[in-house]
Design a protein around this ligand. Structure first.
Ligand SMILES: Nc1nc2c(c(=O)[nH]1)N[C@H]1C(S)=C(S)[C@@H](COP(=O)(O)O)O[C@H]1N2
Ligand SMILES: [Mo]
Length: 531
């Protein structure tokens, strides 16, 4: 630095430029390459998050961690100085820091092959660690941070490799090498521009919706959920919690990109065989008397012993009230609910109009607005039916029709038209394959038969007698129940099985069936080793 660089007097002398001043420029270009690689990595992470993890991106995770770690004086200062732009400021600082570190990685990579890539991967690891500290962390968010680090590390290595002469420096082949490098850099810049535009579109929409969601205050329910009875919780270490936190709630849908639906523009239309077509707005929905219920949602694809099932406290308006407004006509026996992304579910009309079934047009999940992944702003939740025939997320239309006339998304793809939840039970502790001390062993898990309830759970070891388990009271017949038992095991390999009896007295079948076409059956059986 300092002295102005002497101008190259010879026109068209790239070779000489490469050799005479090559060293300084090479360092400069290595830094540029590193910065570009870092920028591409950040964009890859943000674009990925926009597509699969709208609630948490690598940069927002680092931002969240910085906010949590920052002394409150610094937060006060940022809010005072930037007001509502404080988040934008923080994100800009993080992005600038990452790009600056990228430049350092470029220089390092030039000095030692692989060193810069390690630094870039290290920056990615910081993003990963930040994701790990966030409440909303999901596998998708982890993947985005991993992708960001991998893209940055790979690119810095690849770009800087193109800066090095292919042959020993004495051959002075640098003009050719530079051309290779500039082509690679231009390609990277093009990818950054394209990725940036895509990210702006995807993230812009989802950021606006996330901001709208953050600013929301859900109304107080007119009819709150009854408190969870203390006898519903069994104290068994490792058992599935009675209420599933939102971030742990399974996610199943056909949406490649999580739909961004602005509640202000959201409309639900009730159409088809009705006396009175109705259009409902977000404000009208929130103004309705909302009820709150614990309901366990299960996926038809859940295998025996699987975890595509979760229990949440949903806030919503009973669908029957809305249907009562539009008055279904004779001949209708199904409601085809449609999502903004085209997914449809076919639900029996009588389930939705039944006084005794809390089918909800849900806006809240465990005290929060629905997470984007779980259908923000509005979804259906229907106790007793698998999600594919009832739980339409991002719902925008209820079409009153008949099973004879219309088919829902999965019913045209080999799944049954009707999807009542089958009685199921699962062993959560011990885990399958566990090594446990011989003697008395604590066993526990959950069982569900939504809308019928569970009246008993039984366990057995190997081919022994079925023994009664202790059964939690459950929250309601629409939720799962915890169960616990003690079995005594001699040293050796053992099989543990569980079965439930539903509220009507029907015993869960041991007949094994796969998930398709209408839900798996069979006893969950695990093998463990007692020593
Ligand atoms: N829009 C939309 N809604 C949907 C689906 C979907 O693919 N698209 N899948 C359904 C299925 S199969 C299930 S099991 C539940 C899962 O809801 P969750 O992701 O909130 O757990 O959503 C249902 N609602
Ligand atoms: Mo599902």
């Amino acid at each position: 630095m300092g002295a102005p660089e002497p101008r190259d007097p010879e026109p068209g002398g790239p070779e000489r430029r490469g050799t005479v001043h090559g060293r300084d420029r090479t360092r400069l270009w290595a830094a540029v390459a590193g910065a570009a690689a870092a920028a591409a990595g950040v964009l890859a992470g943000e674009l990925g998050a926009g597509l699969v993890s709208p609630s948490l991106s690598p940069v927002s995770a680092v931002g969240g961690a910085v906010v949590d770690l920052a002394p409150s004086a610094a937060k006060d200062w940022a809010i005072a100085a930037f007001g509502t732009a404080d988040k934008l400021f923080l994100v800009s600082v993080i992005a600038a820091a990452v790009v600056a570190l990228g430049a350092v990685a470029g220089l390092l990579e030039l000095r030692r092959r692989g060193a810069g890539a390690w630094l870039a991967a290290g920056i990615g690891a910081v993003g990963l660690a930040a994701v790990a500290t966030r409440a909303q962390a999901t596998p998708a968010a982890w993947l985005c941070a991993l992708a960001a680090g991998a893209v940055a590390a790979g690119l810095v290595r690849w770009l800087v490799a193109r800066l090095r002469p292919a042959a020993p420096p004495a051959v002075a082949a640098s003009a050719l090498d530079r051309r290779r490098f500039f082509r690679a850099l231009a390609g990277t810049a093009g990818a950054i521009a394209l990725g940036g535009a895509l990210t702006a579109v995807v993230r812009g929409a989802s950021l606006a919706v996330t901001a709208a969601r953050d600013a929301l205050r859900l109304p107080v329910p007119a009819d709150p959920a009854p408190p969870v009875p203390s006898a519903a919780e069994l104290r068994v270490s490792g058992i599935t919690p009675l209420v599933t936190p939102n971030r742990d709630f399974y996610r199943i849908d056909t949406a490649l990109v999580v739909p961004s639906v602005d509640p202000g523009r959201w409309r639900l239309t009730v159409t088809g065989k009705v006396e009175e077509p109705v259009t409902l707005t977000w404000d009208e929905l929130l103004a309705a008397p909302l009820v709150e219920r614990h309901i366990t949602l299960a996926c038809v694809s859940n295998p025996v012993g699987g975890d595509l099932v979760g229990n949440a406290r949903w806030l919503g308006w009973p669908v029957r009230e809305l249907l009562a407004r539009s008055r279904p006509k004779d001949g209708a026996d199904m409601v085809l609910s449609r999502s903004v992304d085209g997914f449809t579910a076919g639900t029996p009309l009588e389930v939705l109009t039944d006084e005794g079934t809390d089918a909800l047009l849900a806006v809240g999940m465990n005290g929060e607005p629905l997470p984007p992944e779980h259908g923000f702003p509005v979804r259906l939740v229907v106790p007793g039916l698998y999600g594919y025939v009832s739980a339409t997320k991002w719902v925008t239309e209820l079409r009153v029709t008949s099973f004879a006339e219309e088919k829902a998304y999965w019913s045209t793809r080999g799944w049954s038209e009707r999807g009542p939840v089958k009685t199921a039970s699962r062993i959560d502790v011990p885990r399958r394959g566990a090594r446990v001390p011989a003697g008395v062993l604590a066993v526990g898990g959950v069982a569900w038969a939504q809308h019928r309830g569970i009246s008993a759970v039984q366990v057995r070891a190997d081919d022994g007698e079925w023994q009664p388990a202790r059964l939690g009271t459950g929250i309601s017949r629409d939720t799962w129940y915890q169960w616990a038992a003690e079995v005594t095991l001699a040293p050796g390999t053992h099989r543990l099985s569980v079965r439930a009896v539903d509220g009507t007295g029907e015993v869960q079948t041991g007949q094994a069936a796969p998930p398709a076409p209408d839900g798996a059956t069979g006893h969950h059986t695990i093998t463990i080793e007692a020593t």
